[in-house]
Design a protein around this ligand. Structure first.
Ligand SMILES: O=P(O)(O)OC[C@H]1O[C@](O)(COP(=O)(O)O)[C@@H](O)[C@@H]1O
Ligand SMILES: [Mg+2]
Ligand SMILES: [Mg+2]
Length: 335
């Protein structure tokens, strides 16, 4: 019996594809996995270690924070802030860039993350995860400022997520496809289990929070209504719906068996043109989906080409099976 390819081994071998690589990136990713294993352990122990429930505080976006939002945020900050590979970090749970400790060298990478995605699901035992994105610092060796993080998603050096579910997984891409690793608890290592994950161009499964139907714009309403009409409607076949409510789990399903996921523009709050955050959710997931052969759009623009305006900007998200995303985008063009 053999262990298989561990994530550390895979990262180091993949790094050799990049001429002149210093090993900083491999080290960065390895350090991040330590935090993910820690968070996975907290999620698994849940109520036993008092990790469930509300923290009694709000984040910068006015959302109630769960204890695990804060535990996860702190775990990532403190697994990463001593390494010298980073020039800065931003997170969904922090107003401004994290100030790295004094006396630590400033590196060449930026880390952006949603420490616990799907946190409203945490108290009821449903899959949650951590989403991350890595950018190059425009100026290496000094503290990053907020503007340094406002790079379009096409500039991502890597993106990925850890899924805390029925299995604990780590899925990531550096631009050479998407690979998935499962945490083998007996040795505490992520082991390669999902090689070159692909999203088929067509699908019969969609994911959307249908309770917002009345708030959607006409193109999305038309697209979803046609799916729901099934074989009696213009599509002439039936579609199935799945909605976990943790983006990380919904996107993982897409990468495992295909589908389309939508959190579209809606008219509930004019200040929020979408629910999901560009830097912490939309960009990393769009990167993975495109790397797996899918597409990712706001409905009117490729997500990865958006020029971010602010750290906590929200955007509409339509991603997954290429032909379905293109159809939905075409409906937006037709108005
Ligand atoms: O229940 P809603 O309002 O439709 O929102 C669901 C969406 O919100 C999110 O939970 C937002 O993530 P956070 O838990 O990190 O705030 C997504 O994962 C998910 O797709
Ligand atoms: Mg989230
Ligand atoms: Mg979150």
């Amino acid at each position: 019996m053999q262990i298989g390819t561990t994530l550390s081994q895979f990262i180091i071998e993949e790094t050799r594809l990049y001429p002149g690589a210093t090993g900083d990136f491999a080290a960065l990713l390895n350090d991040l996995t330590v935090a993910c294993k820690f968070i996975a352990a907290q999620v698994q122990r849940g109520a036993l270690v008092g990790a469930l429930g509300s923290a009694g505080t709000d984040n910068v976006q006015g959302e109630a924070q769960k204890k695990l939002d804060i535990i996860s945020n702190d775990a990532i900050l403190h697994s990463m802030d001593w390494t010298g590979h980073l020039a800065g970090m931003v997170s969904e749970e922090m107003d401004a860039p994290y100030v790295l400790p004094a006396g630590i060298p400033r590196g060449k990478y930026l880390l952006l993350f949603d420490p616990l995605d799907g946190s409203s699901n945490i108290d009821v035992g449903i899959s949650v995860g951590t989403i991350f994105s890595v950018l190059r610092a425009p100026v290496a060796g000094r503290d990053a400022v907020a503007a340094d993080f406002l790079q379009p998603g096409v500039e991502q050096v890597a993106a990925g997520y850890a899924l805390y579910g029925s299995s604990n997984m780590l899925v990531y891409s550096t631009g050479y496809g998407v690979n998935g690793f499962t945490l083998e608890p007996s040795i505490g290592e992520y082991v390669l289990t999902h090689t070159q994950m692909r999203i088929p161009e067509d699908t019969s499964e969609y994911a959307i929070n249908a309770s917002n139907h009345r708030h959607w714009q006409e193109p999305v309403r038309r697209y979803i209504d046609e799916l729901m009409a099934g074989r009696d409607g213009p599509r002439g076949r039936d579609f199935n719906m799945r909605w976990v409510g943790s983006m990380v789990a919904d996107v993982h399903r897409l990468l495992c068996r295909g589908g389309i996921f939508l959190y579209p523009f809606d008219t509930r709050d004019p200040a929020k043109p979408g629910k999901l955050r560009l830097l912490y959710e939309a960009n990393p997931m769009a990167f993975l989906v495109e790397q797996a052969g899918g597409a990712a759009s706001t409905g009117t623009q490729r997500i990865l080409e958006m020029e971010p305006q602010s750290l906590h900007q929200r955007v509409p998200v339509i991603l997954g099976a290429k032909n379905e995303v293109e159809r939905c985008v075409a409906y937006h063009r037709e108005g």
